[in-house]
Design a binder for this molecule. Structure first.
Ligand code: UTP
Length: 407
């Protein structure tokens, strides 16, 4: 994009502050800024302030495989899943592109040390969880790690410095997700430096297209991987590529599987599995009416009671088929570091604008058949979103210790 083209579009969109000081920039900075402006998605930026949830279709229940049902077919599921791993059909994808702003650290979230008497980093916990499975299967599983521009170099260096926590490096591949611009509460693009728009990771929804763009789909095919198990960086208790979960999803003919926990109470703030216009989907707690949140079935269980924990299995073939479908954009209020017009750098204490994200949960809606698979919350769900309080480092430490992990 030329300078004139940038001026034209920025004038039309009332964003000319972006060009202030343009002449004082180096040629390289000027080119960088013009590239950033060219890449802006104005339809997305126009959504600033629209924090209302994306409209949903008709919501009806979707039954989960319950703990009892899983226990009754455990051997069968487990054997099938183990076989899929040994046939090299399974890959794992760690979503680690987030900023972890609630933790308040500038480092990648996976570097957080949950140890008390010894070092035990989040990344280490996850690799050890994965290695429980690879030991049983007696073969390794390719692990694809999504980072962002902001934490890619640090994440790679951390893994290398710790010798991949014992996992073979040739089974670990990194890829970088896309970034999106951010705006203040008036919808004005924020700058993070002279000649640089403030950008942040564009949500975890673009993980598959980013993986493909990085050329890793070829790696997936070359290895014969047919299923990808995606998981969040911050749940230190989760099982990764759990053979029973894999086997159940495969045997029930799903093109996707979702680990779920029984909701602690009807008001718990968690997304739950449902059908939306007949398709598998996830409805957020704030999208459920009181009546739906409290509805119970004949056995007394909550009808919308299967909370998702960001651990999904997807069939690669299906992912490729839906890869170019448009995903909804979520507008979220966040703390965004920026530079003021007079060149001061600000690290806000409170949210100061909007980021634009697409979410992996919205991919479920694009699947034909999802198998929700119940797991025991106290054994598999210890997310670290904050340092203290609910879903925190403190609560995760307690849960790890309850599960016999030495900290
Ligand atoms: P969260 O919704 O907890 O976001 O991400 P976050 O950025 O890590 O943390 P906060 O909200 O700023 O405190 C859930 C999972 O999705 C990944 C995160 O790394 C985490 O594993 N994620 C999130 C991405 O990979 N990319 C993103 O753009 C956002």
């Amino acid at each position: 994009m030329t300078r004139e083209e940038a001026v034209a579009i920025l004038t039309e969109k009332h964003q000319m502050h972006v060009m202030e000081g343009f002449d004082a920039l180096t040629k390289q900075q000027q080119e960088g800024l013009l590239k950033q402006v060219e890449a802006l998605d104005w339809d997305v930026i126009a959504l600033a302030g629209q924090t209302e949830p994306v409209a949903k279709g008709a919501i009806t229940p979707l039954e989960s495989l319950t703990l009892e049902e899983i226990a009754s077919r455990y051997e069968e599921y487990h054997k099938e899943g183990l076989r899929a791993i040994q046939d090299h059909k399974i890959g794992a994808v760690l979503l680690a592109g987030g900023m972890g702003t609630r933790l308040g650290s500038d480092r990648p979230k996976g570097e957080l040390n949950v140890g008390l008497t010894k070092d035990r980093y989040i990344f280490q916990c996850l690799i050890e969880n994965l290695m429980e499975v690879t030991k049983e299967a007696a073969c390794f599983i390719p692990l694809y790690i999504m980072t962002s521009e902001k934490n890619d170099a640090d994440t790679r260096a951390f893994f290398a410095d710790h010798n991949y926590f014992g996992y073979p490096a040739e089974y670990v591949k990194f890829f970088v997700q896309d970034m999106a611009a951010a705006v203040d509460y008036e919808g004005k693009l924020l700058m993070e430096d002279h000649g640089r728009l403030a950008t942040s990771p564009n949500g975890n929804g673009g993980w598959f297209s980013s993986l493909a763009r990085a050329g890793l789909l070829e790696d997936v095919h070359a290895r014969g991987v047919e299923w990808l198990n995606i998981f969040a960086v911050d749940n230190v208790l989760q099982k990764i590529c759990d053979p029973t979960f894999l086997g159940a999803t495969i045997l029930h003919g799903g093109d996707c599987g979702s680990k779920v926990v029984s909701k602690a109470n009807p008001q718990e703030k968690v997304g739950v599995m449902c059908r939306e216009d007949g398709k598998p989907s996830i409805v957020e707690y704030y999208e459920l009416s009181d009546e739906m949140a409290n509805e119970r079935d004949a056995k007394g269980n909550l009808v919308y009671g299967s909370g998702v924990i960001l651990n999904y299995l997807f069939r690669v073939e299906r992912l490729e088929a839906i890869m170019n479908e448009k995903m909804p954009t979520h507008v979220v209020e966040k703390k965004i570091n920026y530079m003021t017009a007079d060149g001061r750098y600000v690290k806000p204490e409170e949210p100061n604008g909007y980021k634009f994200e697409s979410l992996a949960v919205d991919m479920i809606r694009l699947m034909e058949h999802c198998v929700p698979f119940e797991v025991v919350r106290e054994k598999e769900f210890a997310p670290i979103k904050n340092l203290h309080g609910v879903d925190s480092l403190d609560s995760a430490r307690e849960l790890l210790q309850q599960n016999g992990v030495e900290l």
